[in-house]
Every structure is written in structure tokens, then in C-alpha cells.
Ligand binder design. Structure first.
Ligand code: ADP
Length: 590
């Protein structure tokens, strides 16, 4: 209960007031009791003196004792106090309460002694005649120097006590009422202090729980009001700061989310603090399952783990290339940077860029240059060999010279084809996305291709059959490129189909486009070669391809042409039975 300021303040005020009131009450009580006592004494003494004054003449006259007894009884009625008349020898002459004759001599009583000495006597003691504790006042009855006796007035001590009780009760009640009022007033005053504090405490707790849009409603103009305004100002600043931080965090989070590069942050112990969606995708892991775990547990790559720990200990940026199984083998360029605060390095953040494709392109470029050099060198070596032979004297033999020149011509043609194919390939690659599309009549295009190639087909007695399943949707393509694609496919079919075979070119509508199949009854392709057919310079049988005048680039060109058109190709082939190349070209929907 006393944890609250309200009750603490109330208790303090209550205690101070109580001590003060009790001291005051004690002092007042004493003073008032004394006053009451003094007043009673004064009153009784003056009564006694009055009675003594009346009685002195009666004594002088020498009246009998009966008179004094009657007088005592009458006097009691007037002054409401016991009255006793005693002669100078201590003999009781009259008493308003007791029987005078049964009363003993009072000469030795202290108050009587004093009165006989012409002083005012006073005594408090138990009275056997009244059965009560009494207070007595005695004064002399005298005329000049003659003392006739003593008149004594007495009241029960309980009468004084009753007055004292009355005083105590009144003061006690006043103290009690004052204390109750203190509690009420102080607690209601402290409420005006405490209620705003309680409101501020509540708002602060709510704010800590994330409800930032709260304010305290304190209208007072005093220090509490100033505290309330200060609190509201602080809350506003807090809201602004938090919204700034949130905005910053959202920006960082948006950047991290949209990044293609993976980001991993680890703490000083090497446990994951953060990963971005790119890392989730790369390693097929989940953010929630990774936090707080070690890198090795989550990514399962020792090189990465080692690199991150090295980065932690070196506190310098490091960049390395790593092979990581994700589970597919991939090459990453990992750049680390230390995370620092005022205490030093608290972790490391690593950015992982997947450079697998980049490295693959580099490898392909190198391979390509090597392949091209090799492909060019073969006919050139042959040409140079025959030219040297001719120069060495073969020119003198017209038959041989002619044969050699024919070979040189064939090799030059091959060089020409090779360079032509390389040029087409680089042209198509350069064209990516900006080809010249027109509406093309596919049937016409196919028959043109066939008429160009039919002399070769006829030479090998091949049956060339065209089957167009109408209606075909309209096609918007680059007619030169699609013409070249068809030539390459049909040319291959002719090249790799032995004499007397058959070639079927079929075009038909499919969902969202057209399919064209070039099917032959040729030598077929082994299944393990099919995935590599579209690589540059790949040939199942190099010698046969060369013999047929092939460059190994025909299908690579086909693939590129399809890529720029958003098409696909499918190969179905069996060795010795024939092959079926089916292309798909998307139509514009009409
Ligand atoms: P090439 O100039 O050697 O024909 P291509 O790129 O056109 O080069 O074809 C690559 C290889 O694919 C060829 O060398 C050949 O081995 C194989 N090939 C292509 N088309 C056919 C086909 N219709 N029948 C059998 N093999 C084929």
C-alpha cells in the first residue's frame, strides 16, 4: 500500500499532523484540566469564605449546634457541595451529608489544621461518610483574631474527573476529526499529483508495448503540467525517431529483399543475425530456421564458414571467390565487411554474388576462341599444304594440279561457310530483342526453303514431303532468320539421311503458336549427344560432318534464332532410325 506516493505522502502528513495534534492536545488537556481545577477550587473557596463570613456572627451569638447542621443542609442546596461546619476544637457542628454526631473529631485533618492557622486548607482523600474520594477546601470562621471554627466545602473528586473526561473527550474528538480531515484532504491533494503520474506511467507502459500514438492529457499549469507537456514532447520525438528508424529499416529491408546478391550477417560468435531472400533462394533455406544458428549448420560450406571467421578476426574487408554446392555447384564472389560499434567488431556482413553464369560465359568465350581457331586452322593448313605442294612442282602435272586446286577450292568454301556461319551467329546474338518482325506466310517460306534445297535432296534421291495442317495462325517473325533456321534443319536432315530416305516437314497449330517438325529417316543421334547438339562446334561425328560440309554451328544458329523469337526446340532421335526436330514459335494469337 505504501509503495504508492499517494499513500506515502498521506502517511507522512498523517504522522506529522498526528504527532503535532497529540502534543497540542496533551498540552491543551493539561492546561484545561488545570483551569477547570483552579476554577472549581476558586469557586468552592469563595463559597466557603462566604459561608464563613455568614457564620462568624452566628458563632459570636453562640447559637446551638442544631443551627449549624440545618445551615449546612441549606447551604448545600445553594452551592451543590457538601458543607461541614466544625468548631475550633475539631468538633463537627453540622454536615450536609453525614450525621454530625457520628462524625469523629476533625481537628487533625490537614485542611482543618491549615484553616485553623487562618489559611485556606485543601485535601483530596477518600471520605468514609460519603463513600467517595472527595476534594475538600476549608476556611477559618473568624472575627479579627478570634477563630470560632472552620467551614469546609467538598465535592466528589469524580465531579472534577467528569469535567476532565469531558475535556479529554472533546479534545480527542477534535484530534480524531482533524486526523480524518488530514487523510481526506491530503489524499485528495496527493491524488492531483499522483493521478497524472499514474496516467504517465500507464502511457509509458503502453508506448513500451508499441502503442506509440498515445499522449497524456494533463491540463495543469504547474510543474506536473510541465512534466506532462515534456512527456508528450518526448513521446512525439520518440514517434518521429521510431518512424524515421522504421523508414530506414524498411528501406534497408526493401534493398535487401530486392537484391539479387545474397547477404548474410553474423554476430561475434559466428551465429547468423540476418539473411536476405536471395540467400534463402540460393541455399534453399528459411530465414526463421536460420537465425541464431552457425553458418556451417545452415549453409553447410566450410570455405564460407572459414572466410567469415577470418573476416571476424581480421576486421578488414575481404573478397574471395568460393565454390559452393547449393546443392548445385556454383561460384560466388564473397565480399565481407566488419560490423562495428563503439565497442569494436560485433560481427561481419557478407555479400555473395553468384558469378557462376559469368564464369561460364568466360569459359565459353575461351572455348569458343579455341574452337574457332581450331576450325579455321584445319582448312587453312590444308590449303597451305596443297599450295606448297603445287609450288614444289605439282603445278607441272596438270591432272594433279587440278585435283589439288579443287581441294583448295573446297577448303576455301568451307572457310567461307565457317566465317558466314560465325557472322550469322554473332549477328543474331547482337540482335537480341531488336529483330525485324513481319507477318510471314509459313507455307510459302517452307516451300522456298525446299526449292532451294531440293537439288541436294534429289542428288541423294530423298523424298521431301511438306504437310501444312491448315488453318495456321498468323506468324509475326523475322522471315530471313526463320528462313535460315528452316534451311539449317532441312539441310541437316538431307546431310544426315542416307540415299533413298525420306524427309517430312509438317507444320501445325498448337496452343499459343505453331509447331514445325522436320523429320528424317537418317542416321539418328545417340541419346547422350542430344543435350549438347546446340553447342557451338559440337558434332556427333566430326569426320562425317566435315565430309558433309558441316561447320558445327548450324544448330547453335537455330537455337539463337528461336531464342530471339521466344520459341523452343525439341529433339527426338534414335540411332539408325532417324531424327525429329520440332520447333515451336509463339503466334500473336490471331
Ligand atoms: P553440322 O554443321 O556439323 O551439321 P550442326 O550444328 O548443324 O552442325 O549439327 C550438329 C551435329 O548434330 C551434327 O554434326 C550432327 O552430328 C548432328 N545432327 C544434326 N542434325 C542431324 C540429323 N538430322 N540427323 C543426325 N544427326 C544430326
Amino acid at each position: 500500500m505504501f509503495k504508492s506516493i499517494k499513500w506515502r505522502l498521506t502517511a507522512i502528513f498523517f504522522s506529522v499532523t498526528a504527532v503535532f495534534l497529540f502534543l497540542l492536545g496533551f498540552y491543551l488537556m493539561n492546561a484545561m484540566e488545570q483551569y477547570l481545577y483552579d476554577r472549581t477550587q476558586e469557586k468552592l473557596v469563595s463559597y466557603a469564605k462566604l459561608l464563613a463570613d455568614n457564620l462568624k456572627d452566628d458563632f459570636a451569638r453562640g447559637v446551638g449546634p442544631e443551627y449549624f447542621d440545618a445551615y449546612a443542609h441549606d447551604a448545600q442546596k445553594d452551592i451543590s457541595a457538601r458543607v461541614t461546619v466544625i468548631d475550633a476544637k475539631g468538633q463537627v457542628l453540622g454536615d450536609s451529608v453525614a450525621d454530625k454526631d457520628s462524625m469523629v473529631n476533625h481537628y487533625k485533618r490537614p485542611e482543618i489544621q491549615k484553616a485553623l492557622n487562618k489559611e485556606t486548607g485543601k485535601a483530596i482523600r477518600y471520605s468514609s461518610s460519603t463513600g467517595k474520594r472527595m476534594i475538600y477546601f476549608a476556611v477559618p470562621i473568624n472575627k479579627d483574631y478570634d477563630i470560632y471554627g472552620v467551614v469546609r466545602v467538598a465535592v466528589p473528586w469524580t465531579e472534577i474527573e467528569a469535567g476532565q473526561k469531558q475535556i479529554r473527550w472533546s479534545i480527542g474528538t477534535a484530534i480524531f476529526v482533524a486526523l480524518v480531515l488530514t487523510v481526506v484532504v491530503v489524499s485528495s491533494f496527493t491524488s492531483t499529483l499522483v493521478v497524472p503520474l499514474q496516467e504517465m506511467t500507464w502511457v509509458a507502459k503502453e508506448m513500451a508495448d508499441g502503442k506509440l500514438d498515445l499522449n497524456v492529457n494533463i491540463k495543469a499549469k504547474d510543474e506536473i503540467g510541465a512534466l506532462g507537456s515534456g512527456f508528450n514532447y518526448m513521446a512525439q520525438r520518440l514517434r518521429d525517431t521510431i518512424s524515421q528508424i522504421t523508414e530506414e529499416r524498411n528501406k534497408v529491408s526493401a534493398i535487401l529483399t530486392s537484391m539479387n546478391d545474397g547477404v548474410i550477417a553474423i554476430d561475434r560468435k559466428g551465429n547468423i543475425l540476418l539473411i536476405n531472400p536471395a540467400i534463402e533462394r540460393m541455399f534453399h533455406i528459411k530465414y526463421e530456421n536460420s537465425l541464431g544458428k552457425s553458418v556451417i549448420e545452415v549453409v553447410r560450406n566450410f570455405d564460407l564458414e572459414r572466410l567469415l571467421h577470418l573476416a571476424l578476426s581480421s576486421s578488414e574487408p575481404i573478397t574471395r571467390e568460393l565454390q559452393v554446392f547449393t546443392p548445385e555447384p556454383k561460384t560466388f564472389r564473397v565480399s565481407t565487411a566488419p560490423l562495428t560499434n563503439e565497442t569494436g567488431v560485433v560481427g561481419v556482413v557478407a555479400v555473395m554474388r553468384d558469378i557462376t553464369a559469368f564464369r561460364e560465359v568466360e569459359r565459353m568465350k575461351t572455348d569458343f576462341v579455341a574452337n574457332v581457331s581450331h576450325e579455321l586452322r584445319t582448312p587453312l593448313t590444308s590449303i597451305k599444304g596443297f599450295v606448297e605442294t603445287l609450288l614444289d612442282g605439282a603445278l607441272q602435272e596438270p591432272e594433279t594440279a587440278r585435283h589439288f586446286l579443287e581441294i583448295i577450292n573446297d577448303e576455301a568454301d568451307r572457310l567461307n561457310r565457317l566465317i558466314g556461319d560465325l557472322l550469322s551467329l554473332s549477328r543474331i546474338e547482337a540482335k537480341q530483342g531488336e529483330i525485324h518482325k513481319t507477318f510471314v506466310d509459313l507455307e510459302k517460306l517452307i516451300s522456298n526453303v525446299v526449292s532451294v534445297l531440293s537439288p541436294q535432296a534429289n542428288e541423294k534421291s530423298l523424298t521431301l514431303n511438306i504437310d501444312i495442317k491448315k488453318p495456321l495462325p498468323t506468324l509475326q517473325v523475322d522471315s530471313d532468320l526463320i528462313g535460315q533456321l528452316m534451311i539449317n534443319l532441312v539441310d541437316n536432315a538431307i546431310k544426315y539421311t542416307p540415299k533413298g530416305g525420306r524427309i517430312d516437314i509438317t507444320a501445325f497449330r498448337v496452343k499459343n503458336g505453331i509447331k514445325v517438325a522436320v523429320k528424317d529417316t537418317g542416321i539418328g543421334i545417340p541419346w547422350d549427344s542430344i543435350p549438347r547438339l546446340f553447342e557451338r562446334f559440337y558434332r556427333v561425328d566430326k569426320a562425317r560432318s566435315r565430309e558433309m560440309g558441316g561447320t558445327g554451328l548450324g544448330l547453335a544458329i537455330v537455337k539463337h534464332i528461336l531464342e530471339v523469337h521466344g520459341g523452343t526446340i525439341d529433339v527426338d532421335s534414335r540411332v539408325g532410325r532417324g531424327s525429329n526436330f520440332t520447333i515451336f514459335l509463339p503466334s500473336d494469337g490471331r
